[in-house]
Design a binder for this molecule. Structure first.
Ligand code: HXC
Length: 274
């Protein structure tokens, strides 16, 4: 599908989605978020894709929701449209791993978008912030929630109440990003991480994502039980047999992302109906 506000490239099992409103610092217009959701869903259902990278430009990831587009909206407008509810849900429902590669500003909805991905690789130039309070509003796409899970209450309060920006170095120290790399190496590092993920079993990678995300939603004992159930379910995949055989035979595994015949119904029951 052709898009106006983003660029999508699929190569070597990796879908690269680039936010492309550089003149507006990738301010997130409604159209852009809708296109992004469509592109993510298309990549999620494309059998050739095993990992997704979301990025902006070398100078800016995204500066948040488009203030020009929002400024005149009334309470009735935003409440009845459930503004930003649809993209949050659709992005959260992507089952394949999504890496955010962030250079420059990731502010407001831009920071929230990066946090909605599975992990963030940051360039040294990256700056993260939830400056909505400067506009007389609060975060609306996870800035008070995902940021608190990532960096803890003290820093989240600090960021959301003062609106200050966090450097890449502070973001890594605080657990918001997984790695910081020199700005010129950002895309190389993101591709290398995506390539590593793409070489694994997609069934296992999806299950890792599901299990880690479950840890935010449930108690430790329920989370551990969920993890054990999905661990058991992995033994119904061809990839478990191949991965272990390859290890024992001292060769590279060739994962085919397939359930063993006759096990699919059982696994669906164990994983999804448990
Ligand atoms: C629309 C924006 C924008 C935004 C910047 N611009 N941020 N337009 N929406 N969020 C525009 C400016 O109006 C300006 O347009 C141009 O981009 C360059 O911005 P400058 O301010 O001149 O550049 P600079 O001095 O370098 O400062 C960059 C900046 C600053 C630090 C990023 O622009 C800034 O603080 N922007 C606002 C960031 C923000 O508050 N984000 C939260 C949005 S609310 P012109 O036409 O003058 O050149 C939000 C709610 C989330 O995200 C809800 C869920 C999505």
């Amino acid at each position: 599908m052709a898009f106006e506000t983003i660029i999508v490239k699929i190569d070597d099992h990796i879908a690269l989605i680039k936010l492309n409103r550089h003149d507006a610092l990738n301010a997130l217009k409604q159209k852009m978020l809708a296109e992004l959701c469509t592109a993510l869903e298309e990549a999620d259902s494309n059998d050739k894709v095993r990992c997704i990278i979301l990025t902006g430009s070398e100078k800016t990831f995204a500066v948040g929701a488009d203030i020009k587009e929002m400024s005149e909206l009334s309470y009735a407008d935003v409440a009845s449209a459930n503004l930003f509810g649809d993209p949050v849900d659709r992005i959260s429902n992507i089952r394949k791993p999504v890496i955010a590669a962030v250079a420059g500003y990731a502010l407001g909805g831009g920071c929230e978008l990066a946090m909605a991905c599975d992990f963030i690789i940051a360039a040294e130039s990256a700056k993260f912030g939830q400056p909505e309070i400067n506009l007389g509003i609060v975060a609306g796409m996870g800035g008070t929630q995902r940021l608190t899970y990532a960096v803890g209450k003290a820093k989240s309060m600090d960021m959301n109440l003062t609106g200050r920006f966090m450097t890449a170095e502070e973001a890594e120290r605080s657990g918001l990003v997984s790695r910081v790399v020199p700005s010129k190496k950002l895309m190389e590092e993101a591709h290398s991480a995506a390539q590593k993920i793409a070489e694994k079993s997609l069934l296992a990678a999806r299950t890792v994502k599901e299990a880690v995300n479950r840890s935010f939603e449930t108690t430790l004992s329920e989370g551990l039980l969920f993890e054990r159930r999905v661990f058991h379910a992995m033994f119904a995949t061809e990839d478990q047999k191949e991965g272990m055989a390859a290890f024992l035979e001292k060769r590279e595994a060739q994962f085919r992302n397939r359930w063993r015949r006759g096990y699919f119904r059982l696994c669906k029951t164990v994983i999804f109906e448990y």
